[in-house]
Write a protein that binds this ligand. Structure first.
Ligand SMILES: Nc1ncnc2c1ncn2[C@@H]1O[C@H](COP(=O)(O)OP(=O)(O)OP(=O)(O)O)[C@@H](O)[C@H]1O
Ligand SMILES: [Mg+2]
Length: 464
C-alpha cells in the first residue's frame, strides 16, 4: 500500500465540522493537509502545491457546486484523483461526477477507515500507472549477473565493484568506447539493487537539442513555452525513488550541466515555467564514450559536475582488450538469435573464429552482436561461415577477395597458401601490437604456443 508520508491532500467542504474531522484524520496519518471551504481557496491551493489527491464535497454552498470545482481541478491536472463526498440523496450527482472525471465517491456519514483506504488506493493507483507507463517504455527486464557475459579479469573486477556499490546511492560514471556494455551495466546495477522495483529511466543527452533536453529532464508546466499545451513530468520526476541513467553525458551543454548540478546538490528542482519545487530521491548513473577528464580540461564539462557524478567510476575495456570474451559472447548471441529466428546454429567455423579473434572490433560488443545476428540468420549450415566484418586484408569474407589470377599465381594451391599467409601475418602483427608485443599474451589470444608464435614472427619477418 502507498505510503502517505508527505502526500499532499486537498480537502474541500463547507461544513467546518467535517473539514476539521477529515483534516485531523489525514494529518495524523502523515498527509500534508490543505483544508478549504471555498472554491477560490481550493484553486489557490491547487496552483501552489503539487497535489496527490483531492476530496471534494459535491454540494458546496456559496453558489458553486463541487462538480464545478472538480472540473477546474481536472483542467489543471488531468491525472489528479478527485474523490467526491456525497449524501444519500445525491448518488446520481456522484455518478455524474464520475463521468466528469471524479475517481470515486464516498457516502456520508463518512467512515474513517473506508475513506482512508480509498485515498491510499487511489494514490497507489497513480503511482502504479506512473511506473508502468515509463517502465514499459524502457523495456523493463530483470537482470542478473549471468546476463553480463565475461570471463575477462578486468571486466570481472568492474562487476565486483558494481556489486559492492550497487546498494548505496553513490553516483556511478560508466566509461568505455561505444558498444562496450555501458547501458547493460547500468541496468545490471539498477535491477540488482534495492531500487529494482522502482523505475529505471534513460535519457540520451546527445540525442536532444538543449531546450528539449531541459524539458525532457525537468518537465514543464502548462503554457511554459509555445506548444506546452499540458503539464509534462520530466525524467527526474519519472525516475523518483529509482535510477536515472544519463547517457552520453559528455554531450550536454554547459547550461544544462549547471542545472543538472543544482538538482544533484539539492535534490529538488522546478519544472520549466513553474516556481514550485519538486523534490526527488534519485540514483544517478551516467555514461560517456568520450574521455571525460579531457573534456573537463578543455572546459566542455564542468569540473564540479564531474566530481559529483564521478564518485564511482567503472571503466569498461574495449573488446579487443578482452579477446577471450569473443567466443563466449559469440555463443551467448548465437543462443539469443537461435531463439529469435528459430535456428539451430551450433557454433562458428574455425576460420571465422580465428579472424574474429584477430579483428579489432571498433564497434565492440554491439558490432559482434550484429555480426552474429547476421551469421545466424544467413548461415546455410549449422556453423557460422560468414566473417561479417571488414577484415584488415580488405575483405568481408573468410576468403581473400583477390581471386585466382593465372597470370600471377602458379596454381590455386599456391595462391591459397600465400593469401592465408598474408592473413596470418596481419593477424599476428595486430594482436602483437594490441598486447604491447608481449608474446605470451599474444600467443594465448591467437591460441597457439609461444614457440609457434616465435617461429612465425621469424618466418614473416615481423619486427619486434
Ligand atoms: N558483457 C556483455 N554480455 C552480454 N551482452 C552484452 C555485453 N556487453 C554488451 N552487451 C550487449 O551489446 C550491446 C551493446 O551494449 P550497450 O548498449 O550496453 O553498450 P554501450 O556501451 O551503452 O554502447 P553505446 O556507447 O554505443 O551506447 C547490447 O545489446 C548489450 O546487451
Ligand atoms: Mg549506450
Amino acid at each position: 500500500m502507498a505510503c502517505a508520508n508527505g502526500s499532499h491532500i486537498l480537502i474541500v467542504d463547507d461544513e467546518a465540522g467535517i473539514l476539521r474531522g477529515l483534516s485531523d484524520l489525514f494529518g495524523t496519518e502523515g498527509f500534508i493537509v490543505h483544508a478549504e471551504q471555498t472554491l477560490p481557496g481550493a484553486l489557490r491551493v491547487a496552483d501552489d502545491y503539487d497535489l496527490d489527491i483531492a476530496i471534494v464535497d459535491i454540494r458546496l454552498k456559496h453558489a458553486v457546486s463541487g462538480t464545478a470545482l472538480l472540473a477546474a481541478l481536472k483542467e489543471r491536472d488531468p491525472e489528479l484523483p478527485v474523490l467526491m463526498i456525497t449524501g444519500y440523496g445525491s448518488v446520481e450527482s456522484a455518478v455524474e461526477a464520475m463521468h466528469l472525471g471524479a475517481a470515486d465517491y464516498i457516502l456520508k456519514p463518512i467512515d474513517n477507515s473506508h475513506i482512508l483506504d480509498k485515498v491510499r488506493k487511489h494514490i497507489e493507483l497513480v503511482r502504479l500507472k506512473h511506473d508502468n507507463l515509463y517502465l514499459h517504455g524502457e523495456l523493463r527486464e530483470k537482470y542478473c549477473a549471468s546476463d553480463i557475459v565475461t570471463a575477462d579479469p578486468d571486466m570481472l573486477h568492474q562487476l565486483q565493484v558494481a556489486d559492492r556499490i550497487k546498494q548505496s546511492n553513490a553516483p556511478v560514471l560508466l566509461c568505455g568506447e561505444s558498444g562496450t556494455g555501458k547501458e547493460i551495466m547500468a541496468r545490471y546495477i539498477h535491477f540488482t539493487s534495492n531500487r529494482k522495483d522502482r523505475p529505471f529511466v534513460c535519457v540520451n543527452c546527445a540525442a536532444l537539442s538543449e531546450s528539449l533536453l531541459l524539458s525532457e529532464l525537468f518537465g514543464h508546466e502548462k503554457g511554459a513555452f509555445t506548444g506546452a499545451f499540458e503539464k509534462r513530468l520530466g525524467k527526474f520526476e519519472l525516475a523518483d525513488t529509482g535510477t536515472l541513467f544519463l547517457d552520453e553525458i559528455g554531450d550536454m551543454s554547459l547550461e544544462v550541466q549547471a542545472k543538472l548540478l543544482r538538482v544533484l546538490e539539492q535534490s529538488y528542482f522546478e519544472r520549466l515555467g513553474g516556481s514550485r519545487s519538486v523534490s526527488v530521491d534519485i540514483r544517478i548513473i551516467s555514461a560517456t564514450n568520450k574521455p571525460v577528464a579531457q573534456l573537463v580540461k578543455e572546459g566542455k564539462v564542468r569540473a564540479d559536475l564531474y566530481y559529483r557524478i564521478n564518485v564511482v567510476q567503472l571503466m569498461l575495456p574495449p573488446l579487443r582488450q578482452r579477446r577471450t570474451d569473443i567466443p563466449l559472447l559469440a555463443d551467448h548471441f548465437i543462443r539469443l538469435y537461435n531463439r529469435r529466428y528459430n535456428r539451430k546454429v551450433m557454433g562458428v567455423s574455425d576460420a571465422v573464429m580465428r579472424a574474429w579473434m584477430a579483428y579489432h572490433w571498433p564497434g565492440n560488443v554491439r558490432e559482434l552482436q550484429n555480426v552474429v545476428n547476421q551469421g545466424v540468420l544467413l548461415s546455410a549450415s549449422d556453423q557460422i561461415e560468414l566473417l561479417g566484418v571488414e577484415y584488415p586484408g580488405g575483405s568481408s569474407q573468410a576468403q581473400p577477395k583477390r581471386l585466382f589470377d593465372p597470370q600471377r599465381d602458379e596454381s590455386l594451391q599456391s595462391f591459397v597458401k600465400q593469401a592465408a599467409g598474408e592473413i596470418e601475418k596481419a593477424s599476428i602483427e595486430q594482436v602483437l601490437k594490441e598486447s604491447s608485443f608481449n608474446q605470451s599474451k599474444a600467443a594465448a589470444i591467437l591460441r597457439m604456443t609461444r614457440k609457434t608464435l616465435a617461429k612465425k614472427i621469424q618466418e614473416y619477418h615481423i619486427p619486434r
